[in-house]
Design a protein around this ligand. Sequence first.
Ligand SMILES: Cc1cc2nc3c(=O)[nH]c(=O)nc-3n(C[C@H](O)[C@H](O)[C@H](O)COP(=O)(O)OP(=O)(O)OC[C@H]3O[C@@H](n4cnc5c(N)ncnc54)[C@H](O)[C@@H]3O)c2cc1C
Length: 391
Amino acid sequence: MEESMETVVIGGGAMGSATAWQLARRGRPVTVLERFTPGHANGASHGASRNFNTAYAEPTYVSMLAEALPLWRELEVETASRLLRQVGVVNHGPNPSFDRVAAALSQAGLGAEFLAPEAAAERWPGIRFDGRVLFAPDAGRVNADAAVTALQTAATAAGADVRHGIRVLRLEVQGDDRVRVTHETGTIIARRAVVTVGAWTSGLLAGVVPVPRLTVTQEQPAHFALRDASPAAAARAETEWPGFNHTPARSDLRYGYWYSPVYGMYTPGQGIKAGWHGVGPGTDPDARSFAPEPVQLAALARYVREWLPGADPDVPDPVSCTYTTTVDEDFVLDRVGPVIVGAGFSGHGFKFTPAVGRILADLATDAAAAPPLFALNRRPNAAAGGWLSRR
Ligand SMILES: Cc1cc2nc3c(=O)[nH]c(=O)nc-3n(C[C@H](O)[C@H](O)[C@H](O)COP(=O)(O)OP(=O)(O)OC[C@H]3O[C@@H](n4cnc5c(N)ncnc54)[C@H](O)[C@@H]3O)c2cc1C
């Protein structure tokens, strides 16, 4: 069967669902095609926790965070759900960017506080601190699963058509305002196609849109039980455990077994999540092992033993998830003719989700161009790294 429509969104993860929400609430007709069932764990948007860390220095990201915060709250009201808990995020370790980040946050009206490690340890005894601490009080934790569900619910309530279990096979550009989308059970002729397919981007857009090099890795953070297994401790952790980012100094042998900076947060009902960032094995999203790499996992448990006294390092519960990363770790948000691309969100995209949806919806309705930082044809600025760590 062939259908004709204004906008089709391909990929119903966080970014595609947010785009559909933004288009539908503007009264624009939109259909989402998602290949898997609701709540699937094959991509990058599943699980009950993501850091909403505000500690960035790059102005584009800081302004997107300032935009995303009230949008998360609007989504919560629209869906009567609780998505974002502002428990704060602590950033520590020998990182030269702290002062620049604190200045950028203050300029944007977002909180930034420096604490001595002793004062931080008193406040958060479950974490051992490594030098000066940059605390971001407006930061916190987002429930990823609940957020994707809320976005799709709100989009549907505003008129969007969200279809699961439909895999798109190819796109053919047939003019400035015409693209043919072939999926498993039919074809769609659309004025605009928004492609937010995460790890599958390079494959689906090959020969259609020149996307920059995207590296797909299988990442494996893990949950560690709270040392204090009492219900009271779990209740305290829900509101008191901050998200955390710990940056190593490459030259210091103490960090010799580290793979990358470490990030983490408390996940209700699952414990303390901790993970290396962007160092998982390269993977084909359709041929994944979903199995943790044991040496990395052992190193992560050692990290927990040394730096997270509030967590039990002995029984890690691994999570498997994909990163899709550009050379400079900045996103791709751009349009070529009738095709809009949202990709390369690596391990730091979730916090920005509603603002990314707004930018992609603007591109789909010719309302505005995307920030140059995210242009398809930009010169990668690997040295940039305008934010504290990749979370
Ligand atoms: C382990 C881990 C930890 C993270 N932690 C954080 C964090 O603390 N803070 C933060 O801000 N970010 C974090 N992130 C990053 C964040 O989760 C991602 O950037 C974000 O979820 C990307 O969303 P997406 O919609 O681009 O991708 P996805 O969720 O992968 O969505 C793509 C969708 O497209 C669908 N699809 C693919 N091909 C087709 C097709 N041919 N037809 C139809 N549908 C298709 C897929 O099924 C999938 O649902 C983390 C990511 C991981 C993996």
